[in-house]
Design a protein around this ligand. Structure first.
Ligand code: GLC
Length: 742
């Protein structure tokens, strides 16, 4: 049953609904072709009644059509641990959405990084629900403050790419409530997000697009969501079930042949085949290059809403009042964001407007994982630098799939370093191994296939070899080796670096005086060479300003203040979902029986030493914490005060992290969970006292039987640290009586 949380819509919308024909109503709940061919998803509107069109566009790293600012990957933003910065980047994204003449941005995406191999880890924030929540709210508010509609995606438990269209996340309600739902709940209840995208996957056997408990009971009823739920592209299979469960818009609403008619006659041929034939199997047999292993089963069908709803409404299978409620939600957001009265801000478009935001986010997301002997920062006077790496002469703009952005300019690490030291007299370049291809990602069908240009990256000056790199490293004062992976939507990744990069790093480390490794990866990777090199910097996918940000960090113009938003384990089976039934699942069912023990919560509970801990990150200066005080009153909340002093010789940023260790409870709880954090920038010698609030939810677990959040009475431990494993102070808080919290 649909839910009415939209009783405050205006008379205008109610009057419109009264005048719409059934056909016009159906046209407002499924996508169609964008005549300008710019939108990723498009509702044409109803000209007869002056209902404007609604254009939706990808994505989390920048606006997809044309050229736009290619911002750093979402995980780089997350590594900055700064919701104000998230707001700033969100606002820039929102302005570029409007500047591209679009109304809604299909972002942010913030599914929990449950498995480190997840192909979209670069597009998401963290393994921790609290950190993900703060960044989701910051980004949503930023996008919407700029005047565009934000889309919280992918609702919910889209935590792997393998079999993403069919896999069922077999997950307990407690784990949903405590781990997978909180960031969506925050985006709705705090960020007032205008739309939520229903994921491809199933949750406990039911497709997200047809999941009434999630879409209506939790999202709309419990949280009071008054925006619209849009399906992921071709995610809807049963239109009637989806309509009755609470899906409001079926996207893209058109079959792939119409979506990419100009791309492939094959689609037309396949589409014309009798429906009794297995179309996607035929497409696969036709070895259509862009059809991924786990092809979306609905690609070739017309919109289930378009096909099924007219008759379903006439027969009463779907109440017309429910259809009206969908339209109320869509038109309500269009009115909220000024589409009816052409009141949308003009926005801004183009890298020039937001290049500095992209640079700053990339700098702030830099995580200094290791810095033996303080080999970093490099001094501009450094005599000679060997820049090594298969792709060091190209910016790592982003990953493959729907989040791809085409910037109007890029700065490679090599260019950034040469520019920073002034000319290239002292900077040698050696590729070392074959270039790493940039995967197009899944499914060209979901994306503009014109990007699918044949032919990978050139191998440039002949076949590069490790030997060239060794020679360059031997002759330089310092060798900076750039390694990268190539994550993409629709396919999960290996934690091993592709190609011969591990061998390259080892060979360079063998001969170089000083070896710095810069990682451009989607998330955690295996680093067999970590103890053999002097410094390691994780720069993730830095976006178009890669070289500028990386050089600023390497030369100390920007203090590497990033902290890991995901755990880097030593081995694959250190991670919780390391058995086949948990990931990728057996028989299209992934068992989430690790429960709430995701990421560092698992490493802590099992006493596993990570390679680099959640929250870890070094600085070029040093910080001292003192005067840790906790104020509480027996209720499940507390205020923590910490004085932080920069006791080093140079300015820097630190991220004060507060974790909470639970009191005994009638169920197993993680040893600690992130409950608050604050990023501080301090000059050398400067000190500041920060105040961090622990709200009642931080104390609570979800009692499924009672259907309530409960803070047990007893002794809680407040842990103040510079990472989840670098705890500098502990204090005790007593909750005097067990309390139900919101
Ligand atoms: C894709 C993605 C989603 C994107 C949509 C439109 O398959 O899952 O994140 O916004 O389709 O491209």
């Amino acid at each position: 049953m649909a839910t009415n949380n939209t009783d405050d819509t205006t008379d205008r919308i109610e009057a419109l609904i009264d005048r719409l024909t059934l056909e016009e109503k159906i046209d407002l709940v499924h996508g169609d072709d964008d005549p300008d061919e710019l939108a990723t998803g498009y509702l044409p509107g109803i000209e007869r009644l002056d209902v404007p069109s609604l254009s939706m566009v990808d994505g989390p790293l920048g606006v997809r059509p044309g050229t736009a600012t290619a911002f750093p990957a979402s995980i780089a933003l997350a590594a900055a641990w700064d919701d104000d910065l998230a707001h700033e980047q969100g606002e820039a994204l929102g302005r570029e959405t409007l500047g591209a003449d679009q109304d809604a941005l299909l972002a942010p995406g913030f599914n929990i990084v449950r498995v480190p191999q997840g192909g979209r880890t670069f597009e998401y924030y963290s393994e921790d629900p609290y950190l993900a929540s703060r960044l989701a709210v910051g980004t949503v508010e930023g996008v919407q403050d700029a005047g565009a509609i934000a889309t919280a995606k992918h609702f919910v438990a889209n935590n792997q790419e393998q079999d993403r269209h069919e896999v069922s996340a077999e997950v307990s309600e407690r784990a949903l409530r405590e781990v997978y739902l909180p960031a969506f709940e925050a985006a709705v209840t705090e960020g007032d997000v205008g739309s939520v995208m229903a994921a491809y996957n199933r949750i406990n056997g039911t497709y997200a697009t047809e999941h009434e408990w999630l879409l209506s009971d939790v999202l709309k009823d419990e949280w009071g969501f008054d925006g619209y739920v849009v399906s992921d592209w071709w995610a809807t299979s049963d239109g009637v079930a989806a309509a009755n469960a609470g899906l409001d818009i079926d996207m893209p609403g058109i079959p792939v042949s119409q979506w990419h008619a100009e791309e492939s006659l094959l689609h037309d041929v396949i589409e014309r085949l009798p429906d009794t034939l297995p179309k996607q199997s035929i497409a696969k047999l036709a070895s259509t290059p862009w059809l991924p292993e786990n092809v979306n089963p609905n690609l070739f069908d017309r919109s289930p809403f378009e096909v099924e709803l007219p008759e379903a409404v006439r027969r009463g299978q779907v109440a017309e009042s429910d259809l009206d409620e969908k339209i109320r939600r869509v038109l309500g957001q269009m009115e909220r964001f000024g589409l009816f009265d052409d009141e949308q801000p003009s926005g801004a478009f183009g890298a020039g407007e937001h290049r500095d935001v992209a640079t700053r986010v990339a700098e702030r997301g830099a995580v200094l994982l290791r810095n033996e002997g303080n080999v970093l920062p490099l001094s501009p006077e450094t005599d000679s630098i060997a820049v090594i790496g298969p792709n060091a002469d190209s910016a790592k703009v982003g990953g493959g799939g729907s989040s791809r952005v085409t910037p109007d300019s890029t700065v490679s690490p090599l260019e950034g370093i040469r520019e920073r030291v002034g000319g290239d007299t002292r900077v040698a370049f050696a590729r070392g191994t074959e270039p790493i291809d940039d995967t197009e990602g899944v499914a060209g069908v979901n994306f503009d296939l014109s990007e699918f240009a044949p032919g990978g990256s050139s191998s440039g000056d002949g076949a590069p070899g490790v030997g060239d790199a060794v020679v360059a490293a031997r002759q330089a004062d310092v060798a900076v080796v750039f390694v990268q992976d190539d994550a993409a939507e629709g396919t999960d990744r290996s934690l091993w670096l592709p190609g011969e990069q591990d061998r390259l790093v080892a060979a360079v480390a063998d001969v170089a005086d000083r070896t710095v490794v810069v990682c451009n990866t989607a998330g955690a990777i295996r680093m067999p060479w970590a103890d053999d090199v002097d410094a390691v910097v994780e720069m993730w996918y830095p976006g178009q300003e890669d070289g500028h940000a990386t050089a600023a960090v390497l030369f100390g113009d920007s203090d590497p203040s990033g902290r890991l938003p995901v755990t880097f384990g030593r081995r694959l089976d250190d991670y919780p979902a390391s058995t086949e039934d948990r990931y990728p699942g057996v028989g299209l069912e992934a068992e989430y029986d690790e429960g709430v023990f995701v990421g560092y919560r698992h490493f802590d509970a099992e006493g596993i030493e990570p390679q680099f801990a959640f929250g870890h990150g070094l600085s070029y200066t040093d910080f001292a914490y003192s005067d840790v005080a906790v104020d509480h009153d027996g209720e499940p909340d507390a205020t923590v005060e910490v004085t932080v002093e920069n006791v080093g010789e140079r300015p820097g940023r630190d991220v004060v992290q507060v974790y909470l260790g639970p009191a005994d409870a009638p169920l197993e709880r993680p040893p600690k969970a992130l409950a608050a954090f604050e990023t501080v920038a301090l000059d050398a010698g400067e000190a500041v006292t920060v105040t961090l609030d622990l709200d009642s939810r931080a104390f609570a677990y979800y009692d499924v039987e009672a259907g309530e959040w409960t803070a047990a009475d007893g002794e809680y431990t407040v842990l103040v640290g510079r990472s989840s494993r670098d705890i500098v102070a502990e204090r005790t808080v007593i909750v005097e009586e067990s309390t139900i919290v919101e």
